[in-house]
Design a binder for this molecule. Structure first.
Ligand SMILES: C[S@@+](CC[C@H](N)C(=O)[O-])C[C@H]1O[C@@H](n2cnc3c(N)ncnc32)[C@H](O)[C@@H]1O
Length: 283
């Protein structure tokens, strides 16, 4: 994989947070993935491992998108808590859509001996993740890595190709930081399929907020938009807060909890991405 991607930025933020509030294993996985991401991954690792590099990254962040790394931490903390609660409540399968270099799937499979976890991502990212987990001897047999280009292939078809996947079992789907990169019709169709094909589904997902009709973070510099375009990862759609329920309903989901970016005790450090929990209305 060449060049810098958004999944590498998230992984670098995870690796940098290692000593603070997250499981060290997540950081170990993120580092092992970055080591396999070619020159850009190596440079990112060098930067986060040196005081001067970290200072440079902090300045860049302040100029381009203040609070981005803390935003990742904010959303990952909530997702991990919601997913843990869902597993304790009897979810039997977790489907992570666009899992990238995140360690949550691995951690959940280790923690819950009956749980099956399926991670879906592009073939290049899956190859990197597979090698990284093998190197670390961190590949539980109940964690399946599926190479799927969601822009072309149906997630459900890919899951059904797995002998142990059972659409009849309670299933938590997690789509963190991925739906915005899909064409809006494709994202809707993915959500609709998950709601229809799974007997007992729940959903944790994020979608970009719309700022003056354009998807993006509230405080992002216009260069961010240009960089994402150049990287081939533009935010393709976003949604205003009051449109989210309706959009989910049209795809067969009912919004249950929206993480409040203005939470008095734990506000989102860089608002612009909605994080929510949804159920099917009949659940
Ligand atoms: C910003 S990263 C988020 C990764 C991870 N969910 C996290 O939050 O740590 C976006 C992820 O979505 C994946 N992705 C984007 N478009 C995709 C597509 N068409 N098919 C499969 N995966 C895709 C990328 O490869 C990448 O891993």
């Amino acid at each position: 994989m060449s060049g810098l991607s958004t999944s590498m930025l998230v992984a670098a933020a995870t690796a940098q947070r290692a000593s603070a509030d997250i499981d060290r294993q997540d950081a170990t996985i993120a580092r092992a993935c970055l080591r396999r991401c070619g020159g850009a991954g190596t440079v990112l690792l060098r930067l986060i491992d040196h005081a001067l590099g970290r200072a440079g990254l902090a300045v860049l962040e302040r100029l381009l998108l203040p609070g981005l790394r803390a935003h990742y931490a904010w959303r990952k903390r909530r997702i991990a808590n919601w997913a843990q609660h869902a597993c304790e409540q009897g979810v039997a399968q977790v489907v992570m859509i666009g899992a990238g270099y995140d360690g949550l799937g691995c951690a959940l499979a280790q923690r819950h001996p009956q749980l099956q976890v399926y991670e879906l991502d592009r073939p290049a990212s899956i190859a990197i993740k597979r090698e990284a987990l093998n190197e670390l001897c961190l590949h539980p047999s109940r964690l399946r890595l599926l190479a799927v280009d969601l822009a072309r292939t149906d997630a459900i078809a890919a899951l059904r190709d797995c002998a142990d996947f059972d659409a009849g079992r309670p299933t938590l789907c997690i789509a963190e930081g991925v739906l915005m990169y899909l064409d809006p019709a494709r994202a809707d169709s993915l959500l609709r399929q998950l709601a229809q094909a799974l007997a007992d589904p729940s959903l944790i997902a994020t979608v970009m907020a719309s700022q003056a009709g354009r998807p993006g973070f509230r405080r992002e510099h216009r260069w961010v938009h240009a960089w994402l375009q150049r990287r081939g990862e533009p935010f393709r759609w976003g949604c205003a807060r009051d449109e989210l329920s309706q959009r989910l309903r049209a795809c067969g989901w009912q919004l249950q909890t929206l993480a409040d970016p203005e939470d008095r005790l734990d506000p989102d450090p860089s608002p612009g991405e909605w994080l929510f929990l949804a159920q099917r209305p009949d659940a």
